[in-house]
Design a protein around this ligand. Structure first.
Ligand SMILES: Nc1ncnc2c1ncn2[C@@H]1O[C@H](COP(=O)(O)OP(=O)(O)OP(=O)(O)O)[C@@H](O)[C@H]1O
Ligand SMILES: CC(=O)C(=O)O
Length: 584
């Protein structure tokens, strides 16, 4: 296993990438020697790193192998296709000129797809607008509906050069309302009496009647309990139980949406004994998971995770059925149990979601911000991508501009350096999905730039996360490369990575510059699209690093993404030639 650090430096243009002898430090970066670049390396490692001083060639690029390189810019508006094989659209050109890759967006954007956005044109508008991941929520819609959406996203990727990943979100064993007999919503007014019942009804439902999906509902609730719909968007008080029917008085009026989640509280605490007995992954979820595997989704988000065990079980299940590619498992942190077992759950998962909607129905609302901060921090320490979700721009479901408080909430998530922000109802069924995406994009760009200008490198302790010696080498190289990138003010870090692991380790360090991640796998490329600061490309590699570098420089220069004289650090996790090694 070899790792190489390349330093590519100006000032005088060379005609080709040149390589110095292994023992020579880079002349352009005086005084920086391998040892000083790996300050934390154990002397026992005695690795010999080879540093290569190179410059992006000033010579006209050779005819690029256009079919091999496909990118999308992290700024999101890049329907990036191979430079000439597929024309780069006008939006892409404009966005590149406007921001340039140095200021490209680092925070990734997830959009929930629903009736407002499931058409081909609407999906394309979201991709052009910066959607990195499309989320489908299995609480809603049929398999046929989800299949159409997933295939449409794949088509967009293939035909227009996007790398939008697909995340399937399981329903989980939550207690929720039924379908409202086909109605899009129903309004509950203050003081009205509604019936919540486990009985099945034909459409249309009797007036002010709600079906509940959980058979034990009427037995579990008590007169006087508070019933929260959708985490408290509407509230009722239980006033009477008649067999399977529970009569409730509306105390906080609002809009009831189909299949909204239900929780009940007694004496100021969540009643959760019954919930605790329900399986995290229900039999319906297993059918949905099989569907997701068959449709080739990139992520499966698991609702109401209680422990690491269920994540491990699901990962083994996926591994047994999916030998040729990986599906990342994202743990949704949305329950008291998931907070209790947070670290073991995050360690077991490939990522996490701060699912503030349901979390806010399980813990007091005022505890949600600190829980968010804790989850985001832990995820970064453990190198797991983290999504901040729910109600970021809730008012934009109905209005074309966000509230100031919503903008502040988005800014805080960006400032915490979460990997991704998620739109839920705003994109699934809101009136302004594209505008909501623009708000996320512009707030992210602005806060990220402010952060860089203020030079606010947080000194977050990044603990060792690797167990194997080989991974430890990668980790040290990435930590050092990110530090060096900030000190030297380089324009970009290039990482050539088979599995994406090294790109992800770099992302964890949140360097000031963007990270161009090259991988030969389209599915790894899509997965990397969830991670902070990564601009993932697909590139067929050779084992010859110089040839890879030359080719990437030519291709990126041809597209105006880098220029001669740009300062770049390049890392690789897959050279077979030994360039980091134990000194004999
Ligand atoms: N596939 C779909 N079909 C119909 N409506 C949908 C679909 N996906 C989402 N929606 C609508 O958008 C709203 C917000 O979506 P979201 O995925 O956040 O769901 P949710 O019901 O709030 O549940 P969760 O807690 O799982 O996020 C939903 O309540 C629903 O009204
Ligand atoms: C996204 C989600 O499931 C929640 O916020 O509850």
């Amino acid at each position: 296993m070899a790792q190489t650090v390349y330093l590519l430096a100006p000032p005088t243009p060379l005609r080709s990438v040149s390589k110095l002898p292994a023992s020579s430090p880079s002349p352009s970066i005086a005084g920086i020697r391998p040892r000083s670049l790996l300050p934390h390396s154990s002397p026992r490692l005695r690795h010999r790193l080879r540093f290569h001083a190179c410059r992006a060639s000033a010579a006209p690029p050779p005819s690029p192998d256009l079919g091999l390189l496909v990118s999308d810019n992290g700024s999101g508006n890049v329907a990036a296709a191979a430079a000439a094989a597929i024309d780069v659209d006008a939006v892409t050109e404009a966005e590149l000129k406007e921001n340039g890759f140095r200021s490209t967006r680092r925070t990734k954007l997830v959009c929930t797809i629903g009736p407002a956005t499931c058409g081909a044109e609407q999906l394309e508008a979201l991709a052009v607008g910066g959607m990195n991941v499309a989320r489908v929520n299995m609480c809603h819609g049929t398999h046929e509906w989800h299949r159409q959406v997933i295939r449409q996203v794949r088509r967009l990727n293939e035909e227009k050069g996007f790398a939008v990943a697909v995340m399937m979100d399981t329903e989980g064993s939550e207690i929720h309302m039924g379908d409202l007999g086909g109605a899009a919503s129903a309004k509950a007014e203050d003081g009205e009496i509604w019936t919540f019942s486990v009985r099945s009804f034909n459409s249309p439902l009797p007036e002010r009647t709600i079906h509940v999906n959980y058979d034990g509902f009427a037995e579990d609730v008590k007169v006087g309990d508070e019933l929260l719909v959708d985490g408290g968007m509407v509230r009722f008080e239980v006033i009477e139980k008649i067999g399977p029917d529970v009569k409730c008085r509306c105390t906080d009026p609002g809009l009831l949406l189909p299949r909204a989640n239900l929780t009940f509280w007694r004496d100021g605490s969540l009643v959760r004994e019954r919930n605790a007995m329900l399986p995290t992954i229900s039999s319906k979820d297993w059918l949905d998971i099989d569907f997701g595997i068959a449709e080739g989704v990139d992520f499966i988000a698991v609702s109401f995770v209680k422990s690491a065990e269920v994540i491990n079980h699901l990962k083994s299940y996926i591994a047994a059925r999916c030998r040729d590619r990986e599906i990342a498992v994202v743990a949704k942190i949305e329950s008291i149990d998931s907070l209790k077992n947070l670290e073991e759950i995050i360690r077991a998962s490939d990522g996490a979601m701060v699912a503030r909607g349901d979390l806010g129905a399980q813990i007091p609302l005022e505890q949600v911000p600190s829980a968010q901060q804790k989850i985001v921090k832990l995820c970064r320490q453990l190198n797991k991508p983290v999504i901040v979700a729910s109600q970021l721009l809730d008012s934009m479901i109905e209005y074309p501009t966000p509230t100031r408080a919503e903008v502040a909430d988005v800014s805080e998530a960006v400032r915490q350096r979460a990997d991704a922000l998620m739109l839920s109802g705003e994109s699934a069924m809101g009136q302004y999905p594209e505008k909501a995406l623009i708000v996320l994009r512009s707030v992210s760009l602005r806060i990220e730039r402010w952060w860089r200008e203020e030079k606010r490198h947080e000194g977050m302790e990044l603990p060792d996360i690797t167990s194997s010696f080989s991974d430890k080498i990668s980790e040290e190289i990435c930590n050092s490369a990110a530090k060096m990138a900030n000190i030297l003010g380089v324009d970009a870090v290039f990482v050539y990575t088979k599995t994406g692991h090294m790109a992800s380790l770099l992302s964890r360090c949140r360097p000031d510059c963007p990270i161009f991640a090259f991988t030969s796998s389209t599915s790894v490329r899509r997965r990397l699209n969830l991670q902070w600061g990564l601009i993932p490309f697909r590139l067929s590699f050779s084992d010859d690093m110089e040839s890879n570098l030359n080719r990437t420089f030519s291709l990126l220069k041809a597209r105006g993404m880098i220029q001669s004289g740009d300062l770049v650090i390049a890392l690789s996790d897959m050279l077979q030639s030994i360039q980091v090694m134990h000194v004999p």
